[in-house]
Design a protein around this ligand. Structure first.
Ligand code: F6P
Length: 321
């Protein structure tokens, strides 16, 4: 029987992590469980930086971006020896099961802990990248997209005024979920994602065709995993002899108050994670698919790659002619 739940927010922060943390703590206390929080992600698990939470400790955090538990990238957690120390700390603090609120790397960590040391957990998907399968969206993705859209709308004003080409580099090292959603919503003339082979000449041809049709300004949204926006900018500028400006949105996309959609998802998945543990579920991702709570084994999640919908790329291209 589970009496004490541990909660941790490793990896890159995402808007809505605090909302999910509040849902975990409040649901657990509602069911008479104790909650222990881990500071600084997996580094805190290794260092034993673990403390109790109460109802008040999550007051006023629902709308705050980031994670009040703090986080660090923790390469040590990829090593078995450090995971063993983490598992020992979990047991020594009397934690019966963990809830991990995080992205892909965090899920892999939870999987390894379960496999090697029998640590029971549920993962709540939270990442601006939206790269976790078996959930329509990850917590924070919608907020990041809205933040980027707001920025691009502003850039569009100055791009149109100066009749310039603008390149906007958005986050996404390995996938183009943010770039695609943002590009479609912003009416970008060109969207470049890591899933599609990048061809600077093709980009120039499309821009040139636009200029020939009388287009006075254009927006290119490029995911960071494709290329450096600066390099692309220099190439276009030289090849077409036009004025190009580059904006790297960077970590702005990770901050800010969570959107309504990110908050709702965080409340639902955070609470469901606790109730799943109480029911005896273990080592599962809890996601939301078509509005329904769906749970999936870690091994299956890790074997599956979530892919962008290429028809959306085509749609964006068609609409931004
Ligand atoms: O995983 C989220 C993310 O924001 C990625 O989109 C980005 O590539 C990366 O984290 C940046 O990480 P860091 O803040 O450690 O530089």
């Amino acid at each position: 029987m589970i009496k004490t739940i541990g909660v941790v927010t490793p990896g890159g922060d995402a808007p809505g992590m605090n909302t999910a943390l509040r849902a975990v703590v409040r649901t657990a206390i509602f069911h008479g469980l104790r909650v222990m929080a881990v500071e600084r992600g997996y580094a805190g698990l290794i260092g034993g930086d673990i403390h109790p939470m109460d109802l008040k400790s999550v007051s006023g955090i629902l709308n705050r971006g980031g994670t009040i538990l703090h986080t660090v990238r923790c390469p040590d957690f990829k090593k078995r020896s450090f995971r063993k120390i983490a598992a020992r700390n979990i047991k020594e603090h009397g934690i019966d099961a963990m809830i991990v609120i995080g992205g892909n790397g965090s899920l892999r960590g939870a999987y390894e802990l379960a496999k090697e040391s029998g640590i029971v957990s549920i993962v709540v998907p939270a990442s601006i990248d939206n790269d976790i399968p078996f959930t329509d969206a990850t917590i924070g993705f919608d907020t990041a997209v809205n933040t980027a859209l707001d920025a691009i709308d502003k850039i569009r004003d100055t791009a149109a005024s100066h009749e310039r080409i603008f390149i906007i580099e958005v986050m996404g090292r390995d996938n183009g979920f943010i770039a695609l959603e943002v590009g479609l919503g912003a009416g970008a003339e060109i969207i470049m994602v890591p899933e599609v082979k990048c061809d600077f000449n093709k980009v120039c041809k499309r821009l040139k065709d636009g200029i020939d049709r009388g287009k006075l300004s254009s927006i290119i949204v490029v995911a960071e995993g494709v290329c450096k926006g600066m390099n692309l900018g220099e190439y276009i500028s030289k090849k077409l002899g036009v004025d190009v400006r580059v904006t790297v949105l960077g970590h702005i996309q990770r901050g800010g108050s969570p959107s309504a959609e990110s908050r709702s998802l965080a409340c639902q998945l955070g609470s469901a994670a606790v109730e799943l543990l109480i029911k005896g579920e273990k080592n599962k991702l809890v996601g939301s698919v078509s509005g329904k709570i769906v749970i999936t084994d870690y091994a299956k999640v890790l074997k599956t790659k979530k892919t962008i919908d290429r028809s959306v790329l085509k749609l964006a291209e068609k609409l931004s002619i």
